[in-house]
Design a protein around this ligand. Sequence first.
Ligand code: PDD
Length: 313
Amino acid sequence: MSQLVVVDGDIVDVEEAHVSVLDRANLFGDGLYEVIRCYSGCLFELATHVSRILEGAKALGILHDWTSESVELAARRLQAETGIMEGEMYIQLSRGPAVRTHYFPKIQSPTMFITLSPVRPIPEGARTVGTSVITCPDMRHGWCHLKTVNLLSNCLAKEKAARHGVWEGLMLRGLDRSALPRTVEEYCDVPGELSGARPGDDVAGWVTEGASANLFVVKDRRIATPPACNILPGVTRRIALELAELAGLDAEERPVAAKELLTADEVFLTSTIGEIMPVVNIDGHLVGAGEPGPITKRLAEMYTDRVASAVCQ
Ligand code: PDD
């Protein structure tokens, strides 16, 4: 069956869909994206994702004629025309094609395209028995609050995780080291930053987030997640904080030291695709008892209920 996509507002077959090689997303990573989960034909938190990409465009000075209504309409039309009920939608908005010069073109003709595909596979049992992660240096630029298509460092972290047989790379800043690895091999071969450490050791640095997920730690029933600077303020992260409040749990946004990962009772990741995913092993260290903890399980159940009630509307 052919795949339909939206390009600049028109629904076309993917074979007919063309974006210029001179598009600045292609040349400079000068673009933004969103990933939206489609559950039973319902685009979960569509308005929030659309608002994030339009806010990002404003922050980056990408000039376009899209409104939240017109993007939402295009997204819903694509879902209806493809008939895909369980999927992940991708929206990309870039500054568009221009002769290759670094500064912004005087006249911008932005590119927007939308795809809807089957949801990427999550490892068996990841949400029920928990998942393992590896830590790595966060080599990203300073504007991680914008969901830009500059994802090379995120790809490196994910590649490292895959080469070590785990699900996610957790990124650390402020590491006590003079030089960063210079090749993929060097980057991936190094074991996790905490692998030689013991609980109580004075490890340098702090954790920002995963390659494609936000991070939460729980200690003595208090939940913490890094503040929304130098991380992507995730839609799922915000929902998790709301759910924690609804459940009467103590949750705060504050810098999380790398060494806290060694003594946390529970750790979990949040993302549109992974939802609320327990982490049970970090760099070979068990988190708590090595199984999903009660607070993570409670929030994950509440998240499932939140999705179910959104889908029924
Ligand atoms: N990524 N942090 C990063 C670096 C991410 O790339 C993502 C999501 C998140 C979680 O954000 P949200 O809850 O809004 O999905 C946090 C998407 C899913 C991706 O790149 O595929």
